[in-house]
Design a protein around this ligand. Structure first.
Ligand code: FAD
Length: 243
């Protein structure tokens, strides 16, 4: 599908778009203070409260801030994403609609990491143009067969079986800030596949925009991952605090 104007681009054809949002930093503070019938005590005290909650793992107040995203990503990314159970999902149906000619084509090929069995490493010596040519040829063949099956009268739910997992899918993802932080801890990290890290980085930008106090506290006191973009944000937050 055409990338919506208000979305953040991810990978070659994907995006994340914030559809709806509720709560925010104040929502977290209000939820925490309702325990003892209190109200906001001003920005400084509220920010300190958020730090306190995160440092002491009092996480339920963060469940009162909720993000709803529209996501377009390759199926293999969504397979990893959907393992995050503390969220709500609704995905486009390839039984109901025909799959479009939208496939993720990596801009660079990575080689198998020999130390980390799940990982990959950059591979400048690979013949990238040749590998991309090989890859594209197979994608085109899969798509052509898919269309032939449909034209022959095969049901969409069966014809799709010939399609590869780099086909783009779309879904709505509604997640509270607690689960969102868990997602970012696990996926904005070098142990996660590079492609889902790109989504985590894009999502983090929405988190920062909508919940700046929580995001700063999360980076400072919770996030310990390896991801250069998020690490740079963390450095900026720490530098700001030192001033
Ligand atoms: C680098 C990496 C590699 C991975 N490799 C694999 C793999 O090879 N195979 C594979 O299957 N998965 C793999 N995963 C997925 C991983 O096992 C988790 O399913 C995924 O990261 C979601 O994490 P989560 O359970 O914390 O999140 P959520 O499902 O959102 O859960 C959030 C929290 O709720 C609690 N919770 C949720 N469900 C339960 C429950 N049933 N019982 C008790 N507490 C619960 C836990 O505290 C959990 O942390 C990998 C994940 C990463 C980041």
């Amino acid at each position: 599908m055409t990338r919506p104007a208000d979305s953040a681009a991810v990978l070659d054809l994907g995006f994340v778009r914030l559809v709806d949002f509720m709560g925010g930093d104040r929502g977290v503070v209000d939820a925490a203070r309702v325990s003892y019938g209190g109200v906001s005590k001003g920005e400084e005290a509220d920010r300190k409260l958020i730090v306190y909650l995160l440092k002491h793992q009092h996480m339920t107040p963060f469940e009162h801030a909720v993000f709803k995203f529209h996501v377009s990503c390759p199926i293999f990314v969504m397979r990893q994403w959907i393992r995050h159970r503390m969220a709500s999902y609704n995905e486009i149906s390839a039984r109901y609609t025909e799959v479009k000619d939208e496939f993720y084509i990596p801009s660079r090929w990575r080689a198998q990491d020999v130390k980390n069995k799940q990982g990959s490493v950059s591979a400048p010596r690979l013949d990238h143009a040749k590998l991309t040519g090989l890859f594209n040829k197979q994608i085109k063949a899969c798509l052509a067969t898919y269309r032939e099956l449909l034209e022959a009268g095969v049901a969409r739910e069966m014809a799709r079986m010939v399609l590869p997992v780099n086909a783009y899918t779309q879904f709505y993802w509604t997640v509270n800030a607690r689960s969102f932080m868990n997602f970012l801890s696990l996926r904005a990290d070098a142990h996660a596949q590079w492609e889902i890290q790109q989504y985590a980085e894009a999502l983090a930008a929405f988190f920062e925009r909508k919940m700046p106090w929580t995001y700063a506290a999360f980076l400072t006191h919770v996030w310990t991952g390896e991801n250069s973009k998020i690490a740079a944000q963390r450095q900026a937050v720490l530098a700001g605090q030192a001033r």
